[in-house]
Design a binder for this molecule. Structure first.
Ligand SMILES: Cc1cc2nc3c(=O)[nH]c(=O)nc-3n(C[C@H](O)[C@H](O)[C@H](O)COP(=O)(O)OP(=O)(O)OC[C@H]3O[C@@H](n4cnc5c(N)ncnc54)[C@H](O)[C@@H]3O)c2cc1C
Length: 393
């Protein structure tokens, strides 16, 4: 289709919406983004962008900004939480990916994408909520629902009783997120040349931390299994004591990591099944709006970036909108479902209980890593080595 004549309405200025707006505006489309928030300020926390997501940032021309704002992660160190014993080291540097594995402050990533979108000519309308009943503007040819897991567009596209209408359900996991100035820790946390992420696995819980902003901040994500989510909304500011109490059974290192936490938010982790069909009429869904995932592969944002690129390409190449949507979903569905399933498996591996089972699993993982150090990462080549842009970055 001729992108120059196309008017695109994007609902949601998150990672998916802003990346799609940039990609489409760069191809010549007239793009308007409606965002419910009055300002683009993501709640302070980190986000890992793996090589598959980095490939999209590079293809959008954002490699130098990403290199400046992101912290390159050279490895992931997996440890047993209660004892602190090392289990496995995933050497990201040695894997030789075409694009780097980085950690960003979410606000920096969203800010970078917003600047790219407006720089490409997209208009971002803040304080614009598209409700389930609001009319879709008739001055646009296509509407892209990038409005996250609580998508209003999804609700209007798939009314109750139709495939795709499942309500998000609580996954039995609560995540606390906090950022702590690294200077709050008495001993240096990262003294080598390369930064790394640390993952502590314990019964029914795990904790991940990594540095952000040129080692100025430590990002902490701590997850605990729970039967139910009692809070009214999806997220609330919590008392740091509740977080520390939940991880009291972990070793000294985890407790030391949590000691200086002063501000923390708790999030219920929700999901709904990935539907077979992501579009209806001139509307299509991308990112968390259609395929929310547990964050245990750190892929939700990466998949959102991939969606944005593939969508812009299929729209540009297909003869009509309906064909574009079908090609888009055909290219994305199996990959997205595989990533979502892999995150679910990680939940079981990270949280394994009781102790003898956990020790046996960790021993097997450690042995596998010693025999063939790159093998555990190679199992994820299908994920990290995929470049949906075909090497445009
Ligand atoms: C604890 C945790 C850790 C995570 N870590 C990682 C990680 O390391 N790496 C990774 O890739 N992913 C990670 N994720 C997942 C990632 O955050 C999400 O997958 C990603 O933010 C999805 O982007 P999105 O643009 O689809 O949706 P969102 O980020 O939810 O953006 C949706 C936007 O739409 C707006 N909006 C919503 N409704 C409306 C409406 N009706 N009208 C107008 N605007 C609306 C919202 O305000 C928002 O700006 C993590 C998630 C969690 C919970």
């Amino acid at each position: 289709m001729r992108m120059k004549d196309m008017r695109v309405h994007v609902v949601g200025a998150g990672i998916a919406g802003l990346a799609a707006a940039t990609a489409l505006a760069r191809r010549g489309a007239t793009v308007t983004v409606s965002e419910q928030a009055n300002a683009l300020e993501a709640v302070g926390a980190g986000i890992q962008i793996s090589p598959n997501g980095a490939a999209v940032l590079a293809a959008l021309g954002l490699e130098s900004q990403a290199a400046r704002l992101g912290n390159r992660l050279g490895a992931v160190e997996m440890r047993d939480g209660p004892s602190g014993r090392p289990v496995l080291r995933l050497d990201l540097d040695a894997a030789g990916y075409d694009h780097p594995y980085r950690a960003f402050h979410r606000a920096d990533l969203v800010g970078m994408l917003a600047e790219a979108a407006t720089g490409a000519g997209a208009q971002i309308r803040l304080g614009h909520t598209i409700g389930p009943e609001s009319p879709i503007p008739d001055d646009c040819d296509v509407t892209i629902g990038a409005d996250g897991i609580r998508s209003a567009l999804r609700a209007r596209m798939f009314p109750q009783g139709t495939a795709g209408a499942d309500e998000p359900a609580f996954t039995g996991n609560v995540a606390w997120r906090a950022t702590v100035p690294l200077e709050s820790y008495p001993a240096p946390m990262f003294d080598g040349a390369a930064d790394h992420a640390r993952l502590f696995m314990g019964p029914g819980r795990h904790l991940v931390c990594y540095p952000l902003r040129a080692r100025g901040l430590l990002n902490i994500v701590a997850v605990e299994e729970r039967r139910a989510w009692q809070a009214e909304g999806w997220m609330y500011p919590d008392a740091p004591e509740n977080l520390r109490r939940a991880f009291v059974g972990m070793g000294a290192e985890v407790r030391a990591l949590l000691d200086p936490v002063e501000i923390v938010h708790a999030w219920g982790l929700f999901r709904h099944p990935v539907p077979d069909i992501w579009h209806r009429g001139t509307c299509v869904l991308i990112g968390d709006a259609v395929h929310p995932t547990l964050p245990f592969m750190a892929q939700g944002g990466n998949l959102a970036l991939e969606d944005a690129w593939v969508l812009s390409e299929t729209l540009a190449k297909a003869p009509d909108v309906e064909t574009a949507w079908r090609h888009f979903t055909a290219q994305r569905l199996a990959r997205v479902r595989r990533a979502v399933a892999a995150a679910g498996r990680n939940a079981r591996i990270y949280h394994l209980s009781p102790a003898p089972l956990r020790r046996a699993l960790h021993a097997a993982m450690g042995l596998a890593g010693r025999i063939a150090p790159q093998a555990p990462l190679r199992r994820f080549d299908w994920l990290y080595r995929e470049d949906v842009t075909g090497g445009k970055g």
